[in-house]
Design a binder for this molecule. Structure first.
Ligand SMILES: NC(=O)c1ccc[n+]([C@@H]2O[C@H](COP(=O)([O-])OP(=O)(O)OC[C@H]3O[C@@H](n4cnc5c(N)ncnc54)[C@H](OP(=O)(O)O)[C@@H]3O)[C@@H](O)[C@H]2O)c1
Length: 271
């Protein structure tokens, strides 16, 4: 593969989109999309519902979830075969993550009914903020909360493998930006006695400035890639075959609401 293959593919893909799978591909299946109220999650929800799936989205705020649900129903129209529902989830709160998974389990009728789970919720912050649990907020949401929900779902989905013909899918929305990290300083220098997670969550580590509008986003996605690797091992059965198929995907650069914190509070954007 040459250096130019990926950008050329991306450019061609923009003007000649890949054809959709045939209608009915997801008939009878249930797809969970974490963070389905806006942007890519909302688009994915419409996509899966159009292909026949019942779709469960999540939102932190009930009214936003209701609006998104209506938008999905309107976009798919009368041909819709599956249900659309919304559950409350705040990836920033451990309590919310665990309550969400309990509620999801009880809202579905059997262990094998979750076919695809897409962990898409994520944020960019322009200012250092501490989460309730004491970590930097971007890392709390994009890495820690997402990994916690991923692990809880994985345990449940693994247990359901024997009830299914094929493994269920657990998909993490990451970002190619995880490659843009200089991790050497994390292993050297005076701060090396701290854990890596503590270092990246500390105020000292925060690189934000006039030009850097998404500090900690890249590292949060890199740490997520590490936890996805760990979860992929946990997804294997005794014979080494995956009981749940785990993927990470990067959507490329797409105009969504992801920059809402930057748009309102970055010095650069407020010029
Ligand atoms: N757009 C891009 O160019 C791009 C590129 C690479 C990767 N990505 C990744 O794609 C994913 C979707 O991003 P997007 O661009 O579609 O952004 P978006 O429009 O801002 O959507 C983000 C979604 O995440 C949810 N969310 C945010 N904070 C949350 C929290 N604490 N708990 C639970 N849900 C939360 C939001 O839901 P509510 O606020 O309604 O609760 C929203 O539905 C993210 O993981 C992002 O990192 C995006």
């Amino acid at each position: 593969m040459s250096f130019f293959d990926a950008p050329i593919k991306r450019l061609v893909g923009r003007f000649v989109p890949k054809p959709l799978p045939p209608a009915g591909t997801f008939d009878g299946q249930t797809v969970l999309i974490v963070g389905g109220t806006t942007g890519l999650g909302l688009a994915a929800a419409v996509h899966f519902a159009t292909l026949g799936a019942s779709v469960i989205i999540t939102s932190r705020v009930e009214s936003r979830g209701d609006t998104a649900k209506r938008r999905i129903e309107e976009a798919v129209g009368p041909s819709r075969k599956g249900d659309i529902s919304c559950l409350e989830l705040d990836l920033e709160s451990y309590d919310s993550c665990s309550k969400f998974v309990t509620k999801l389990k009880s809202s579905l009728s059997g262990p094998s009914v979750l076919d695809v789970a897409i962990l898409n919720g994520g944020m960019v912050n322009s200012h250092w903020e501490e989460s309730e649990a004491g970590w930097e907020r971007t890392v709390q949401v994009n890495t820690i909360g997402t990994t916690l929900v991923g692990l809880l779902l994985l345990e449940w989905m693994r247990g359901a493998r024997s009830d299914r013909k094929t493994p269920a899918h657990l998909v993490f929305v990451s970002s190619r930006d995880h490659l843009d990290n200089d991790i050497d300083p994390l292993f050297t220098g005076s701060k090396q006695e701290k854990s890596i997670l503590r270092q990246v969550c500390s105020k000292d580590y925060w690189q934000g400035g006039f030009w850097d509008t998404q500090p900690n986003y890249n590292i949060s996605k890199l740490l997520l890639m590490y936890t996805i690797e760990g979860m992929s091992e946990l997804a294997r059965g005794p014979d080494g075959d995956p009981l749940v198929i785990i993927n990470s995907v990067c959507p490329g650069m797409v105009k969504t609401d992801i920059g809402r914190h930057i748009a309102t509070s970055s010095d650069l954007m407020n010029l």
